[in-house]
Ligand binder design. Structure first.
Ligand code: GLU
Length: 461
């Protein structure tokens, strides 16, 4: 019987969480849930200089905001912890110790100078740089005094073949990479070693990660075998590119989740746009549960995908339209009250982002501020005439609704002889402080007679 599926997301906390990483997290999450398993968060903070607790916190906050909850992790705990590599140093030393005992690893006393010189020679000779095995057979008496050794894995000569979920059968010759360091002379576990020790002890069954890790996989498989374990199933997914075809990375500020949130994109929209990076679950918007139902590694694409801002905007527009007014007001930090609820329902369909939503709802949430160009336009004689006539007409009207809006506008038209922009812009400008937004009829109705009169009078005064 297949063991319970266990997947992990293993970010290095060296920057903001970005779109490419979220795709990795999402697919691992979906795989685990689809198979009734567990999704684990592991923080790979072995790089003591670049890793920062604030980045770790930011990553967790972003994942939670997106709704990608982990079953085990640094904060959630779990049986296979700790879930931060910096807290697992003893585990790496013990694991390496066992490999040493079994002769599957050895201590290497070569100096950095020797290794650098070796590499230079090999490159000059046109061969791939790799360790020459000098310390492989070093006897006790030849061990230099006062040198802290590194620990190298004794790489067996063989072909390593595995079945990648996306790429099919991949095969590597271990002679190409030579004996590699698993614990440095600074006692820090090398990336490949820490990952395998963790994946092994955490019982990870399936790994979905970026193509940039393909070349690590054969080394990792050898380490699993050395530990007497069956390696997990690997799936490598093509990188996410930006619109110019460059890999999407940390330098793209707008591709960070924090950046997208600040731009006013909603979690559901972001997840839907990200889900389409190399996966095609069909057109419409999907919730996480629906994605889970549809997810299959077999349906992932072999070719790189580009992050499409236009698609994200379309999903966000849809997301805003289907979110109820109260939730939007809360997100916008506005009070959830009757008048604003109506306004929220009216403006949400015109907004692409929460930023737009906030702008569009402002005229209904407090006093308007009229600034710059709009103020100058309203100062022009024709505009003042329009506002004068509007005040008269609204004053005479009882309640404002869409029915008498037409009459009001018609009478302003008659009184001033203005039409088109010269009629509508002054009205919109004085009532909202903006030049675009929802229909004028709806604006009048939502503001109501008193506020409309107050705003026009305030301006004319
Ligand atoms: N920590 C690695 C990274 O940030 C991921 C390791 C893995 O998925 O094996 O790319």
């Amino acid at each position: 019987m297949r063991p319970e599926a266990r997947t992990r997301f293993a970010p290095s906390p060296t920057g903001l969480l970005h779109v490419g990483s979220v795709r990795t997290a999402l697919f691992n999450y979906l795989f685990a849930k689809k198979n009734g398993g567990k999704f684990i968060l592991r923080i790979e903070d072995t790089d003591r200089i670049r890793s920062k607790r604030e980045f770790e916190n930011g990553i967790m906050e972003d994942l939670r905001w997106l709704g990608l909850r982990w079953d085990e992790g640094p904060d959630a705990g779990g049986e296979k912890g700790p879930y931060r590599q910096s807290e697992r140093i003893g585990i790496y030393t013990d694991t390496a110790g066992r490999l040493l005992e079994n002769g599957l690893a050895y201590r290497c006393y070569c100096t950095q100078e020797r290794l650098d010189a070796l590499k230079r020679e090999q490159l000059k000779a046109g061969s791939p740089p790799r360790y020459d095995g000098k310390c492989r057979t070093l006897s006790e008496k030849d061990v230099p005094a006062g040198v802290t050794p590194s620990i190298r894995f004794r790489v067996p000569e063989k072909r390593i073949t595995f079945d990648d979920g996306v790429h099919g059968t991949l095969s590597f010759d271990s002679r190409l990479f030579g004996d590699f360091v698993i614990i440095g002379s600074d006692c820090i576990a090398a990336y490949n070693f820490a990952v395998v020790a963790d994946d092994a002890l955490m019982g990870i069954t399936d790994i979905i990660r970026g193509d940039d890790h393909v070349s690590n996989t054969p080394r990792q498989i050898l380490l699993f075998e050395a530990m007497g374990l069956r390696p997990p199933a690997f799936t490598h997914i093509p990188l996410v590119l930006d619109r110019d075809g460059a890999p999407l990375g940390k330098r793209h500020a707008s591709a960070s989740i924090k950046g997208l949130r600040e731009e006013g994109f909603l979690p559901g929209a972001i997840l839907n746009a990200i889900a389409r990076l190399g996966w095609n679950p069909g057109e419409g918007r999907l919730g996480l549960d629906e994605m889970t139902g549809l997810f299959s590694v077999k349906r992932l694409s072999k070719s790189p995908s580009a992050f499409d801002m236009e698609r994200l905007k379309a999903f966000n527009k849809e997301e805003l339209a289907r979110t109820d007014g109260a939730a939007l007001l809360e997100l916008a930090g506005l009070p959830v009250e009757r008048g604003l609820l109506d306004a929220a329902s009216a403006v949400k369909r015109n907004a692409i982002t929460m930023k737009d939503f906030k702008t569009l709802i402002t005229p209904f949430a407090g006093d308007v501020e009229i600034s710059g160009d709009i103020r100058s336009m309203l100062m022009e004689p024709y505009a003042r005439k329009v506002l004068d006539a509007l005040r008269d007409s609204v004053f005479k009207a009882g309640l404002l609704d869409e029915m008498n809006y037409n009459e009001i506008i018609e009478s302003v038209k008659q009184a001033t002889g203005e039409k088109g922009k010269r009629l509508y812009l002054p009205v919109r400008g004085a009532l909202t402080g903006q030049t675009e937004g929802i229909e004028l009829a709806a604006i009048l109705k939502l503001l109501g007679r008193d506020r409309v009169l107050k705003r026009i009078s305030a301006f004319l005064a």
